[in-house]
Design a protein around this ligand. Structure first.
Ligand code: FES
Ligand code: FES
Length: 161
C-alpha cells in the first residue's frame, strides 16, 4: 500500500507499558504503526486482510487484527504486542509452552497465537480443548498443524505461576 507523507493526527497511547504521544499519518494501519514507527517487528503481516491472525495484538485486553485497524483508533488505549507479553498473565507460560511442545516451526504465526491464547486464558482459566480450538480459530498456521499448538496452550494453562 502506498503511504502518504502527511503526519498530522495526534495520538497518545500505551504500548507494552510505554507511553507514546506523537503525530501520525491518519492513513496508517495499526500494524504499520507498531512495526515501522515503534520498530516492534514481532507483530507479523501475513494476509493483510483479517484472515490469518498473524498480526494480532491486544487493544485494551481484546485481541484485534492490527492489519484491519487504523492507528488513530488506538488513541487513549493500551496495546500489548508479543514483545510485551511477559508482563501479562499467561504470557511467559505460553512462550514456554510453545517451546516445550515444539509448537513453533517458522514462527511466523506464533505471536498471533500467543496473543489469542492469552486473551482466552485470561477470560477462561478453565478452558477446555474445545474452547482453545474455538478461540484459536482466527489464527492460521501453515507449518505445524494445530495439535502441538493446542498442547502448548494447555501446558500454559496448567503451569502458569
Ligand atoms: S495479517 Fe492481519 S489477519 Fe492476516
Ligand atoms: S509455525 Fe510457521 S506458520 Fe505457524
Amino acid at each position: 500500500m502506498k503511504k502518504s507523507n502527511i503526519k498530522h493526527y495526534k495520538i497518545s497511547c500505551q504500548v507494552n507499558g510505554n507511553k507514546f504521544t506523537g503525530y501520525i499519518d491518519p492513513n496508517l494501519r495499526l500494524i504499520d504503526f507498531l512495526r515501522d514507527v515503534l520498530n516492534l517487528k514481532g507483530t507479523k503481516e501475513g494476509c493483510g486482510e483479517g484472515e490469518c491472525g498473524a498480526c494480532m495484538v491486544l487493544v485494551n485486553g481484546v485481541s484485534v487484527n492490527s492489519c484491519l485497524v487504523m492507528a488513530f483508533s488506538v488513541d487513549g488505549k493500551s496495546i500489548i504486542t508479543i514483545e510485551g507479553v511477559d508482563d501479562i498473565k499467561y504470557g511467559k507460560s505460553l512462550k514456554e509452552g510453545f517451546k516445550r511442545k515444539a509448537a513453533v516451526q517458522c514462527g511466523f504465526c506464533t505471536p498471533g497465537f500467543i496473543i489469542s491464547a492469552s486473551e482466552l486464558l485470561e477470560k477462561n482459566p478453565d478452558a477446555t480443548e474445545e474452547d482453545i480450538k474455538k478461540a484459536l480459530s482466527g489464527n492460521i498456521c501453515r507449518c505445524t498443524g494445530y495439535k502441538k499448538i493446542i498442547e502448548a496452550v494447555e501446558w500454559a494453562r496448567k503451569n502458569d505461576k
